[in-house]
Design a protein around this ligand. Structure first.
Ligand code: BGC
Length: 747
């Protein structure tokens, strides 16, 4: 079954790829082999070499580097941002190097280049493919102006643990949502044609299992069964191949004992043979060399041998390929055919990018921070913000209210941009305070804490005094940008510093508190939940976060995001995700044993115990898919077109959604399925579809979803793909813990 499926994928992919390139593949392949036939071994090895410089190095362009390019010893550069250097290096490559092969310049353009959009986890909360596509298109237009034609994005690591710092860059915990967004990102970066000077080739990363780091500790081991690999972690990467992503990046971690940069099964069998990928794979920074401390390679030469044999094309920064490929060839540990094939993959992409004809950047710097870009960034910030709590409809605030704005992130231009924003200029950032000022809001700003980790209570009294003179408190806090991202995992994920303490003091004034959180991950709010009236999660919202927050707070716009990750009550619950399995002892609310109800001196007993924690229970703070709006919705009339599904008989599921509140609102209607009995156990729910709708007060909309048998198929631990006959449940609702249920059967 798997083979047939694979064949279909390869055929489908080939059609899509050919259509996209509008170029007969054989013409391209002829060019690749002509070029290869003229190249010396040194030049071939050069193409496999990505020279990286740190994100901060400026200095003078060293002569040795220019000479290396002249000799054809470098295939691509990372982090050259000085346009003069970009132009000079490219000129040397295409005018002076032996076969005039152009360079590619790469950079981590993750959620914007100059105009910064919300962090990817925030973008995922928008569930909006158009917004995602806009963000990557804007990033490509701005970055390509600097000669950057290769971005190290999108990051597609499914993440189920909010302690992990890089959850900020991830698409969240769900493979279906992640896969739909992947397609949009790739299409936005790569544009309508790869050879358009404003297109950047995408890089699906990190392949694979990086988000499954044990304990959420960055770089840590991943242990993933084949079923989980295919059902949870691989789908977004498959979607990237189908969308035409030209490159992939291996991850730092090992999975089941094999470091990703030496994993032949993943790089060759899965990525190329199963998925039909024909672009090139780059290693992550030094990850080839790091197979030595992993305990997988004896030394650098062995590392090169493992990676080349695995099918890794280009090495980032460490120099194993550069130093050892010739020796390995001589010793017959790799073959020239293998090297040719690895180089061909790189040349193919360079040809598709049109770099041989148009190697130089096209300066479109008048586009940087263009109005249209800023408007799209603002729209994205609004659509990714999630309203978590809104007691007594404290939000939106009515105009004219006297507001005490308090908190360490209300006016921090750089912090609200989030992780991986080397190029975003704080000067252009609009903070909430800028926006309140520009809109003549009646506010009094007292920071209270000068940065998110600040533990000093010295300014508390000023903040409390301001609060007392106001009608409402808007507390803007969270995490500084540096507290999430690579190598920035946290064991506790509550508001850092003395923020909780300050909120508790402010609550004593009796004034309503609106908590606006800017952070790179879900923040546990258990300690202060009862002290605040509303919580608005804006993630790190980017350049236009301020105006977006202003508009949401005053109801000019509605926060319309829904959680792309399960939000825990305490970090001790992690990892936590909605699409978990049942146990033999599923939680039954009435039988849930709480710590305080256990009699003193109780005899050991597991009766009544289920899979939960005695002290915190089993529920998250907020489920996956959750988010409030400024109106309310009612779901009714969930109907199925048939009670049975089969190979040739899709079923449609309909539901009516009514806006039962007083203002127009946006809803994300979510469809979940459970396969009740499987050949291996199945998750309690899986997202299989969603639709975004805008509904007027009192208006009803009937929505139709289609389910095919294909949607129900899954992989088991033998990599068999399929589904067996039996019962299925389907829910349509507002989040992963809600919804109307109906049943159908596969017969
Ligand atoms: C990160 C990658 C990034 C690379 C280049 C690494 O540390 O893991 O995501 O693309 O650096 O900057």
């Amino acid at each position: 079954m798997k083979k047939i499926y694979t064949l279909i994928c390869v055929l489908a992919f080939t059609l899509v790829a050919c259509e996209k390139e509008q170029k007969p593949t054989n013409e391209l392949e002829t060019k690749v082999s002509d070029l290869l036939s003229k190249m010396t071994l040194d030049e071939k090895i050069g193409q496999l070499n990505l020279r990286g410089t740190s994100s901060r190095v400026k200095g003078k362009l060293p002569d040795s580097l220019k000479q290396a390019v002249r000799d054809g010893k470098i295939g691509a550069f990372l982090n050259v941002t000085n346009t003069e250097y970009v132009d000079e290096l490219q000129r040397i490559a295409v005018e002076e190097s032996p076969n005039k092969i152009p360079l590619i310049f790469a950079r981590d353009v993750i959620h914007g280049y100059k105009t910064i959009f919300p962090i990817p986890l925030g973008m995922a909360a928008s569930w909006d493919t158009q917004v995602a596509k806009n963000s990557s298109r804007v990033a490509a237009v701005e970055a390509s102006s600097f000669g950057i034609r290769w971005t190290f994005a999108p990051m597609l690591d499914i993440a189920r643990d909010s302690r992990w710092g890089r959850i900020a860059e991830s698409p969240g915990e769900d493979p279906f949502l992640a896969s739909t967004l992947t397609k949009a990102y790739v299409e936005g970066f790569q544009g309508d044609s790869l050879n358009d000077p404003t297109s950047m080739i995408a890089c699906a990363k990190h392949f694979i299992g990086y988000g499954a780091a044990i304990g959420g500790r960055d770089y840590n081991t991943a242990i993933i069964s084949d079923a989980q690999l295919h059902n949870i972690y691989l789908p977004p990467f498959k979607s990237a191949v189908q969308a035409g992503s030209q490159t992939f990046m291996t991850s730092f971690n090992e999975m089941n004992g094999i470091p990703a940069s030496g994993d032949r099964r993943m790089l060759t069998e899965v990525l190329r043979e199963d998925f039909g990928f024909d672009g090139f794979v780059v290693s992550d920074w030094d990850s080839v060399k790091e197979m030595i401390p992993h305990g997988y390679a004896e030394d650098l030469k062995h590392a090169a041998e493992l990676s080349l044999n695995a099918g890794l094309n280009m090495e980032m920064t460490s120099k194993a390929f550069e130093k050892h490929t010739k020796e390995l060839l001589k010793e017959g540990r790799i073959t020239e055919d293998q090297i040719n094939s690895l180089v061909a993959d790189i040349l193919r992409v360079k040809l598709r990018m049109g770099l041989f004809e148009k190697p130089y950047r096209v300066d479109k710097s008048d586009n940087l921070y263009a109005d249209a870009h800023l408007q799209m960034a603002k729209e994205a910030a609004i659509k990714s913000s999630v309203l978590l709590k809104n007691d007594n409809n404290v939000l939106p605030l009515t105009a004219g209210k006297k507001i005490a704005v308090i908190g360490p992130l209300a006016d921090k231009p750089r912090e609200q941009l989030g992780t991986w924003t080397f190029d975003g200029d704080g000067k252009y950032t609009k903070t909430p305070i800028n926006a309140f000022q520009n809109n003549n809001v009646n506010y009094n700003f007292v920071e209270g804490l000068s940065y998110s980790r600040d533990k000093s209570t010295k300014d508390f009294s000023k903040a409390i005094a301001a609060a007392k003179q106001s009608d409402v408190i808007v507390f803007i806090g969270g995490e500084e940008a540096i507290l999430s991202g690579e190598a920035h995992s946290r064991a506790n994920i509550n508001l850092p510093g003395a923020q909780e303490e300050l909120i508790k003091e402010l609550a004593k004034t009796g004034k309503p508190i609106v908590l606006v959180i800017m952070a790179g991950r879900p923040i546990t709010v258990t300690n202060i939940l009862d002290d605040v009236d509303a919580i608005l999660m804006t993630w790190h919202p980017g350049t236009m976060g301020g105006p977006a927050i202003h508009d949401m707070i005053f109801g000019i716009a509605e926060p319309s995001g829904r959680l792309p990750v399960t939000w825990p009550k305490v970090a001790g619950q992690l990892p936590l995700f909605y699409n978990h399995k049942n146990t033999g002892r599923p939680v039954i609310p009435e039988e849930f044993v709480q710590m305080d109800s256990i009699p003193i001196g109780a005899w050991q007993s597991s009766l009544g115990n289920t899979s939960h924690y005695l002290d915190i229970g089993y529920l998250p703070q907020y489920p996956f898919g959750y988010g409030l709006s400024y109106t309310t919705f009612a779901y009714s009339n969930q109907t199925l077109s048939s009670n049975t599904i089969s190979e040739n008989n899709d079923i449609t599921v309909k539901v009516t959604v009514k806006n039962t509140g007083a203002r127009e609102g946006n809803e994300i209607v979510q469809l979940y399925v459970q396969d009740v009995v499987g050949r291996i156990t199945r998750p309690v729910r899986e997202l299989k579809g969603y639709q975004k709708v805008t509904i007027k007060p009192n208006e009803e909309k009937e929505l139709t979803f289609t389910l095919s048998l294909e949607d129900l198929k899954y992989y088991d631990n033998n990599e068999e793909y399929g589904v067996e006959k039996g019962d299925f449940k389907v829910w349509i609702g507002q989040n992963a813990a809600a919804g109307l249920t109906t049943k159908f059967r596969y017969e």
